[in-house]
Design a protein around this ligand. Structure first.
Ligand code: 13P
Length: 263
């Protein structure tokens, strides 16, 4: 982590929590903040919560009142038209989304999203005036075969080309597939090394704009291990799945990353 890049803590709720449950969580969080729970200033740490699509609009207002962004977990290409089931960037923006997760490994695996599609989606997010959080990461087989850099480079290059010079408006999340939902997170030093490699690729593609690119780590981040990633040199924050679903666990992570008031 470096001072010139604002770190991000983002929650990916995936297909969890009904609309009432999502609203109840956000309202309870808001009450806890009113009662003194830590909430880092927006200019020091960027907080983002990514609920299911139906919950996005209902929670956006209460989250905004706390200075917290709200993210969608997918975007469809195009603005409007005969795309049954599609949700475009302009629609997400109107629903008050501020961020969009793109290219999560679950979408690559379950919905066949290719590197080219992920790149186009990242560009569509930017066109809608929102911030893409683009996921990259290798499988356990690829890792065992020593292909981590090759796989991540392929995935990332498609995005870097599609959003040339995106700089600080683009966020990358390095999420090795073998670490997602397994309780076996990467070693912070290893994740930091991959993040550094990603930044090198961005520098080659974007030049000086790459210095603003934020690179998060995701995969079995918990209240117990988050600071190891948070303080790793090349890592600018965390994208948290399972551990973001439970209030005490989420509050503990928000508290852990909040700078001391006097700092
Ligand atoms: P877990 O934190 O549950 O491992 O999920 C990580 C993830 O996929 C976030 O996008």
């Amino acid at each position: 982590m470096t001072p010139e890049r604002r770190p991000m803590l983002a929650a990916n709720w995936k297909m969890h929590k009904s609309v009432p449950e999502s609203l109840a969580f956000v309202r309870a969080w808001s009450r806890r903040v009113a009662d003194g729970a830590a909430l880092p200033p927006r200019d020091r740490v960027e907080l983002v919560l990514c609920p299911t699509l139906p919950a996005l609009w209902p929670v956006a207002g209460p989250l905004d009142a706390m200075g917290v962004g709200v993210g969608a977990q997918n975007i469809d290409l195009g603005a409007e038209g005969a795309v049954t089931g599609g949700v475009s960037g302009p629609l997400l923006a109107e629903a008050l989304a501020t961020h969009v997760i793109v290219g999560h490994s679950e979408r690559r695996r379950l919905f066949g999203e290719t590197d080219a599609v992920v790149g186009a989606k990242a560009a569509a997010v930017l066109s809608a005036g929102l911030t893409p959080i683009v996921c990259v990461g290798e499988s356990s087989d690829e890792r065992r075969a020593g292909q981590t850099r090759e796989v991540v480079a392929r995935q990332l290059t498609a995005v870097l080309d599609a959003v040339a010079g995106g700089g600080e408006r683009v966020v990358v999340a390095y999420e090795p597939l073998w670490a997602i939902g397994t309780g076996q997170g990467a070693a912070p030093a290893d994740a930091s090394e991959v993040a550094g490699w990603c930044r090198g690729l961005a520098a080659a593609a974007w030049g000086s704009a790459a210095s603003g690119l934020r690179i998060l780590y995701g995969g079995s981040v918990t209240r117990d291990n988050i600071l190891g990633f948070w303080h790793a040199d090349e890592i600018d924050g965390a994208l948290v799945g399972g551990a973001s679903l439970e209030m005490e666990s989420w509050l503990a992570m928000v508290h852990a990353v909040a700078p001391a008031p006097s700092a």
